[in-house]
Write a protein that binds this ligand. Structure first.
Ligand SMILES: [Zn+2]
Length: 380
């Protein structure tokens, strides 16, 4: 009895483990113009393909159909496909490129994957992954579709450490499903929605290029093991999980905040080249020239596992140990770090170079994966 009660406590605690966030690269839209800037002439040509912009009721009808076929939250709000000018109808054309650089790529973070049916065995979550990836309520409940932890591997015991040891998350399946839908829409001549769904699929694959979305713990250095030093092991474990969650969240948010701040510099961003000339920096390895979205997701996830511990250790060097300290909660004060200061401080030069180098690789992986995904969707 005592044992099963402890198991319930531990289970409940673990269900909150890493439930703090399920957003990656803050704004995917920032990445897209740079990713498409130097793409091949063939790809650029493909993206000039245009189609009419569906108006109000037509647009809503497509959204309703997608909510059903892609199992999306019917309560979530979808912005109209028509641009803010409101121009739509058969004579108003939009190119695939226009859609891909629009906010469409951030649609999946706006609620469509959140607050789905809570039953673990529901059609949405047949393996009950949400319990381990952000719960079933609130913004973090989308995590199971936006992350993929490939399972503990004896060959990489530290890099793949996770609880539970089995693979968790549906990001590869979602990428495949949505990319297939995009392809179907394009083949039926619905360019605007075909491109919008392509942007959605790109979102998921880009999420997986953020190492915090491909491993549960980017570094074991973020685990405050001293919390286990107590006379009451179950309390010690409880504290360990709570504190690890807080610390991982702090570093996750700080990493994305800093990267986003630097990306917003546009052409002056230290990461511009990583996105626009990714071949020089990418570590992504794909087995075929035209991987399926599912294969691509797994390759991306594997590449992120390789980068994760360097992201963790470089972040610790760069932001220091302050975010580890008891009571420090980045989510309660997202402005606690002055990124511009960190970006220029001379004493941080070596740590900054290290962090930029590994981030450049992750962003280059995002760029290559996004381009390959577009090629797969738009292939004749
Ligand atoms: Zn996401």
């Amino acid at each position: 009895m005592k044992l099963s009660a402890s198991a319930v406590v531990v289970g409940t605690l673990l269900s909150t483990l890493f439930s703090q966030t399920s957003f990656a690269w803050n704004q995917h839209q920032t990445l897209m113009p740079l990713i498409l800037e130097n793409s091949t002439p063939a790809l650029k040509q493909t993206l000039f393909r245009s189609g009419s912009i569906p108006c109000g009721t037509d647009d809503q009808a497509i959204i309703r159909q997608l909510i059903s076929s892609l199992q999306l939250n019917p309560q979530s709000r979808f912005h109209p496909t028509a641009p803010s000018t409101g121009k739509c109808g058969p004579t108003s054309q939009i190119s695939a490129l226009d859609v891909l650089v629009s906010s469409a790529v951030d649609d999946p973070d706006n609620g469509m994957d959140q607050n789905l049916s809570p039953a673990a065995e529901s059609v949405f979550d047949p393996s009950g992954d949400r319990k381990w990836m952000g719960g079933v309520q609130g913004p973090s409940s989308q995590g199971f579709r936006h992350m993929y932890f490939g399972g503990w591997k004896v060959t990489q015991p530290l890099a793949t450490f996770q609880i539970p040891a089995r693979a968790l998350g549906l990001a590869p399946q979602r990428t495949q499903l949505i990319a297939e839908k995009a392809r179907e829409l394009l083949k039926s001549g619905q360019v605007a929605w075909g491109a919008r769904l392509t942007a959605w699929a790109i979102h998921y694959i880009q999420d997986l290029t953020q190492p915090f979305h491909s491993v549960q713990l980017v570094s074991l250095k973020l685990v405050p093991w001293y919390e286990m030093l107590t006379l009451h092991p179950s309390q010690g474990f409880q504290k360990l999980v709570q504190e690890t969650t807080r610390i991982v969240t702090n570093y996750h948010w700080a990493y994305e905040g800093y990267t986003q701040d630097r990306l917003q510099m546009g052409n002056d961003s230290p990461f511009k080249e990583c996105l626009s000339n990714p071949e020089k920096y990418a570590t992504l390895k794909v087995k075929s020239a035209h991987p399926t979205p599912f294969e691509l997701s797994h390759a991306v996830s594997q590449a992120s596992i390789q980068l994760a511990s360097t992201v963790g250790s470089s972040e610790l060097d760069f932001f220091g140990g302050h975010l580890l300290e008891t009571g420090v909660d980045f989510t309660a004060d997202p402005n606690m770090i002055n990124y511009k200061d960190y970006a220029t401080r001379p004493d941080l030069l070596a740590a900054r170079m290290q962090l930029h180098e590994v981030t450049c690789k992750a962003l280059a992986n995002a760029s290559i994966a996004s381009r390959l995904l577009i090629e797969w969707v738009f292939a004749p």
